[in-house]
Design a protein around this ligand. Sequence first.
Ligand code: FES
Ligand code: FES
Length: 157
Amino acid sequence: MRFTLNGRTVDVRAHPMKRLLDVLREDCHLTGTKEGCGEGECGACTVLVDGEAVNACLVPFAQVRGARVTTIEGLRGRRRLQEAFVEHGGAQCGICTPGMIVAAAALGRRPNLDDIKTGLAGNLCRCTGYSGIYRAIEAAAVPLRPARRRGARGKRR
Ligand code: FES
Ligand code: FES
């Protein structure tokens, strides 16, 4: 099945009902996307589908036919945010961090604190207490962009 992955057209053979999370990790060998709950509750598996944050553990592969999927590996500008996470104590064990960064990428340009709290409401962190994450995203202050982005479809929440 053809779709765009991190800006490149790919053709991946996988069962249409296989979870997008598993297709990315097992078939595409992109292991930056993490599995936490596997039930749509934690946001660790967040990726962008046509620019919209979704939980990849809930998305059947068939739903991304022809779509643009962006994972943590495909985000431009993430280095700056990664550095901000380190500087502001936004990561400890790190399991939630890729999902947090991808969710932050969907927030648009220069989100304020309310935008950040609302946009990351579906991303759980058991370590940091969140304030370091919020500070890191505010401090990064440079919009993260998927490799290619045109419009949006679907909602995560
Ligand atoms: S692993 Fe997908 S939401 Fe938790
Ligand atoms: S840093 Fe451990 S869950 Fe967020």
